[in-house]
Design a binder for this molecule. Structure first.
Ligand SMILES: [Fe+2]
Length: 256
């Protein structure tokens, strides 16, 4: 009998120009898939489903948080695919979405996806623990860094708790897959890490007190992403693309 693990699809899809990471996961034999943090290039995800199932479909689409540095493709993909839009229940968006709760588990053709509310970078931020093996950490825990808290919706207190009370206690062998990698985000180009490696090598996880953490979070950060307030409004569904387009450089729209 084929082992359950053989049927799992887990793909990290990196937009090389921007270092934004989208994740596609599911059970190939059941044809049910989940997309996490997609951009707008829907057609890119279809071959990655790699399913033998005749009716392979994207069942759920999740944004880990309201992004401030690129345009989310969640609404468009849900519209095209009929998938359910999901976010943490506290997400301040007007859409009719399926609210996720901390600790809730989604079952995707036998694949277990556990929701961990990890606020700090943004209040509604969630991380997803997949099959107890892969952590989609969004912008809470990055490789050798953490998500910034100075874009208007962040909280140092919440990020500190999310990191040290929710993520650090996970097993050292849990693999970490972040929301961003690479130079565009002032990060290393490594694609993934583990909780154990980050505990040893991530400078933020070496800090000895909340005071040191606050100092780290408030000093020496690169410039804020251009148009971050506009991106938040569009990704919240509070401003249409057409309206935003007049304010965004064409290049920024093309990248997203
Ligand atoms: Fe973010």
């Amino acid at each position: 009998m084929q082992d359950q693990k053989d049927r799992i699809v887990f793909r990290q899809l990196v937009r090389r120009e921007s270092g934004c990471c989208t994740y596609l996961l599911g059970a190939a034999d059941k044809g049910e898939f989940l997309l996490v943090d997609p951009l707008m290039d829907y057609e890119r995800f279809l071959p990655a489903m790699d399913s033998t199932h005749s009716e392979a479909r994207i069942e759920y689409v999740i944004d880990t948080h309201i992004h401030a540095d690129h345009l989310s493709g969640v609404r468009e993909i849900c519209l095209m695919s009929g998938a359910k839009m999901m976010m943490h229940r506290s997400a301040p968006i007007p859409d009719n979405f399926t609210p996720l709760n901390d600790g809730e588990e989604l079952n995707l053709g036998g694949l277990e996806v556990k929701v961990l509310h990890t606020p700090g970078h943004a209040p509604e931020h969630i991380s997803l623990l997949v099959d107890k093996r892969f952590l989609l950490s969004g912008d809470t825990l990055l490789i050798r860094d953490v998500g910034r808290t100075d874009l208007g919706r962040g909280s140092n207190e919440e990020l500190y708790q999310s990191l040290f009370e929710r993520l650090v206690p996970l097993d050292d062998g849990v693999e970490v897959y972040p929301g961003h990698i690479g130079a565009q985000h002032f990060l290393s180009g490594e694609l993934s890490s583990t909780i154990g490696i980050e505990k040893h090598l991530n400078p933020v996880l070496q800090l000895k007190s909340f005071g040191e953490f606050v100092q780290y979070m408030t000093e020496g950060w690169p410039p804020k992403p251009a148009y971050h307030e506009l991106y938040v409004k569009v990704n919240q569904g509070l401003m249409g693309l057409d309206e935003a387009q007049g304010n965004l450089q064409k290049a920024a729209i093309g990248e997203a």
